[in-house]
Structures are given as C-alpha cells and as structure tokens.
Design a binder for this molecule. Structure first.
Ligand SMILES: *Cc1c(COP(=O)(O)O)cnc(C)c1O
Length: 485
C-alpha cells in the first residue's frame, strides 16, 4: 500500500469497563475518616448502584481510546458529497462559548439582550445580502426545517392571494428532503426529469406548470453538483403562472459572492449554516436553516422578528400576515453565533474565495479521476463531482467495495448511491478547506483502489481491513438490529 494517512496508526483493543472492573478499585482516595459514622436507613437509600469499579486512569484511558476510534473532520478528509464536511475554524467555537452569549436567556427582556439581538439582526442582513433578497429569518433549526418554513411562507402567500394551490414541482435532481417538506406542508409533489446533461430544461417545467401549482423547488447547484443554467428562464415560466420559486441553498458554498439567488428569480431560499457557515455537523448535532425571501414574501415570515429602532433592537412578536412560529424561541443561537463570527472573519472577499476554491477543488478531482472512474456528466461541476462504478463492472467490483476500501487509505468514504438518478453513484465533495497535498493523496488513494479492483478484487470485497471493524452485514443490521449490548 502506498503512502497512507490516518488509520494505519495505533489502534488499541478496548475491553468493556465491566471487564476491567476490580473489586474495591476506586477513582480517588480520601483521607481516613476520623469522625463517628452514622448508618443511613437502608430502606431509604436502597442498594448501592451496580457500577464497575475502576481507577481514574482506567476511565480516562477508556474514553480517550474510544474517542480515537471516531473519524471526524479534525482527523482527516471527509469528502461526503452533499454534506459539505469541511473544516470549521476553532475561533468560531471560542466566540460561541463567550460567557455573555452562553449566559443569555431567551426570556430576558430585549433591553438586556441588545448584543444578542444586534447579532441576530446583523446576521439576517448579511444572509439577505448574500442571497440578494429582502429579509431573513434565523428560526429554522436545520435545512429541511428551513424548507418547511419556506413552504409555509409560499402557502401563506397563496392564501393571501385568495386562491390556495395544491402542487409543487420537484425535479429528479432535487435533494430528497424537498418532496418531504412539500408533502408535510400539504402539497402534492409533481416530479419532473432533468435533461440529458443533468440540468433542468424550461420545456419540462412549462409542460407541467399551471395555476394549481404553488411553485417549484430547485436545488442549485443540484445534487449532481451542476449549476442549473436555465434557472432564470424557468423562474419566468413559474412566475408567469403566479407561482413561486423555492431554492434549496444548502450548497451556498459553491456560489457565495459569485451569484445571488435573488438575481436568478428565486423567491425564497434556505441556508444550511451547519454546512457552509462553520458549525461542525453530522451525527444529528444542532444546525440552522435560515431562509431569505424577496420583498413580497417578507410579511409571511415567522415571528418573532428582530427589528432595529432608534432605541436599539427589539423583538416583534406578532405581525398581521406571519404564518406563526417555527420554534419556541429564536433559533439555534450557538450555531448563529458561529455563522456570524465566520462571516465577519472571512469578509465578502473571503466568502467569495470559499466558493472559488470549493469549485476548483471539485473540478480538480473530477479531471484527475475521470480516466479511472466513469464520469456520467462530463461538464464543469460546482462544489462536488459524481462518478459511477461502470468502468469496474467487468471486475465485479462495485461502488460499495471501493468506498469501503478507501477507508484503508485513511479517508472517509464519499457519498455512495446518491443521487438516485445516477446508477452506482460515487459523489465526492472535497470542500474548500483541504490542501492540495491532501487532495492529491486522496486522488492517489482512489487510483490505487481502482488498480486493485483489476488486480486483487478479493481484497476489495472484504474491505475495509484496517479500521476497528471490517465489513459489516448491513442488511442484517437493518433487518434485525440488536439494540441491546
Ligand atoms: C443537507 C441538505 C439538505 C438538508 O439539510 P438538513 O440540515 O440535513 O435538514 C437539504 N438540501 C440539500 C441540497 C442538502 O445538501
């Protein structure tokens, strides 16, 4: 195996704490008791809890070792397409942990929360500026929650026009959460297919757009990592019939500072602050999915709204046309602080560079691996590129085998079998934060895996070999999960 990073190092075997337990062992020593002891009523206290008996060192080593079995952004490259697993600067963690912020409480009066409200207000303005829209709400707690908020805004808008509509158009390259959000809001989704080059055609939209259709949900860049070049024309078609355009902006790290979604005719868009704007994510941690809207949709945004007055900032709890609330309070504040700190530290030019490097890195990988892997859409990509396992079919090696094997080289696997429109998809998103050296190592590792697919396929079939656990039986794990130890 060529030069590897990561998982080739020390991997400790680790017993359960119960197996390490020794009668009488304890984490601390206290001075011998020199005062009379009193017996507690055993009826009242009950039996002592059964816990393993361990020294402090046993416990510290146990948990430190377990933490090292984890793979995260701080340990290596994590090119999981659609997820934007990028490195998040630690300074933003420091800002979010400042006592003034961590001590704030949402029920404290506005006059005593001016700093927090100023931060919320300014962040709303920055996001509106990035999207080229009029207003933002920071309430939604995740990307999909932002989609639902956007759908509720669209719903409230049509209600106000006096005619509720029943359908939402969703192309096959949209993110899977899009139809779910439309359905949750009571809309029926009308699925349409993208054209042969992976982007949506105005004709496909015109064929289904009618006055019963509330709008369209478009992921841009789409889940193939491609820019929807016909978006402006598509928006005109939808607007002509009184519909609205929802933009899934989870992938803002491909377009920030380059193009404003508002200029493309998008009326409402969500962000994934936990992807583009510096909140570590994965494993279901807190996120934030703010939405920005054009002027005519501002009245429908959820309450409370942050308002700037001559006397400072205040929360407005009711507005006549708001659809209501998304959360009890004001959103995941810690995530919002990180995004604010990130935007302030990067500046406008820095954010533009983020997009340029995210796109450059993905195109570099695309160009470097296209002789080794089948590239279904051979055109410039945005922040991620999509390959397939078609060239490996005759070796019996699949996308899954290659993804498992790349772990032996010290990398987290890319996204596989998504997007669904591509058979055997391998979706790679390097992000802007990886160095050229790391990206080159990843490319070399993938080339080595492709070579092994030809020469030693049996090695791939059983991969991974180096991580703590090797190939798992995913079918049995899903069908008959063992939920007890
Ligand atoms: C991640 C993602 C979402 C969903 O975001 P969550 O925060 O996981 O709800 C929606 N759309 C796209 C394009 C995404 O990449």
């Amino acid at each position: 195996m060529a030069d590897i990073t990561g998982t080739g190092g020390l991997i400790f075997k680790e017993a359960l704490l119960w197996e390490k337990s020794r009668e009488g062992r304890c984490a601390f020593s206290i001075p011998t008791n020199d005062v009379p002891t009193a017996q507690l009523d055993p009826e009242f206290v009950g039996d002592a809890p059964e816990l393993p008996q361990l020294g402090e060192f046993d416990v510290v080593r146990h948990y430190t070792r377990l933490s090292q079995w984890n793979f995260g952004l701080d340990s290596g490259m994590y090119p999981l397409g659609s997820c934007t697993m990028k490195y998040n600067p630690k300074t933003n963690e420091v800002q979010a942990a400042r006592p003034g912020f961590t001590g704030a409480h949402p029920m404290i009066d506005d006059e005593l929360s001016q700093g927090a409200l100023a931060l919320l207000y300014n962040l709303e303005q920055y996001l509106a500026e990035i999207t080229g829209m009029a207003a933002t709400t920071l309430q939604p707690a995740a990307g999909a929650h932002g989609e639902l908020a956007g759908m509720l805004v669209i719903h409230a808008y049509h209600e106000k026009q006096g005619h509720q509509r029943s359908k939402i158009i969703i192309p096959d390259t949209a993110h899977g959460t899009n139809p779910a959000s439309a359905t949750l809001c009571g809309y029926e989704s009308v699925n349409i297919q993208s054209g042969p080059d992976g982007i949506l055609t105005p004709e496909a939209v015109a064929a289904v757009m009618d006055e019963e259709t509330a709008g369209i949900m478009i992921t841009n860049p789409n889940t193939l990592g491609l820019f929807e070049e016909n978006l402006r024309e598509i928006a005109d078609i939808v607007h002509d019939k009184g519909g609205l355009v929802y933009g899934d902006g989870a992938n803002m790290n491909a377009v920030m500072g380059i193009v404003k979604p508002g200029d493309l005719g998008i009326d409402v868009i969500h962000f994934n602050l936990h992807k583009t704007f510096s909140t570590p994510h994965g494993g279901g941690g807190p996120g934030a999915g703010p939405i920005s809207v054009v002027k005519k949709l501002e009245p429908f945004l959820p309450v409370p709204r942050v308002e700037k007055t001559d006397d400072g900032y205040r929360l407005v709890h009711t507005t006549p046309d708001s659809f209501g609330r998304m959360l009890t309070f004001h959103g995941h504040f810690g995530v919002l602080i990180r995004a604010y700190a990130y935007i302030r530290s990067m500046g406008a030019a820095g954010l533009t560079d983020v997009s340029k490097f995210a796109v450059l890195n993905a195109n570099y990988i695309k160009a470097s691996l296209k002789d080794d892997l089948d590239l279904p859409y051979d055109r410039p990509c945005m922040h991620e590129c999509v390959f397939t396992d078609k060239k490996q079919v005759n070796t019996g090696i699949t996308t899954l085998d290659m993804a498992k094997r790349i772990m032996d080289y010290g990398f987290h696997p890319p996204t596989i079998y998504f997007p669904l429109v591509v058979h055997g998809a391998i979706m790679i998103e390097p992000t802007e934060t990886e160095s050229k050296e790391t990206i080159d190592q990843f490319i070399d590792a993938f080339k080595a895996v492709v070579k092994e697919a030809k020469e030693t396929p049996e090695l791939l079939k059983k991969a991974p070999h180096r991580p703590k656990v090797s190939r798992l039986d995913e079918v049995t794990a899903a069908r008959k999960p063992v939920l007890r130890g």
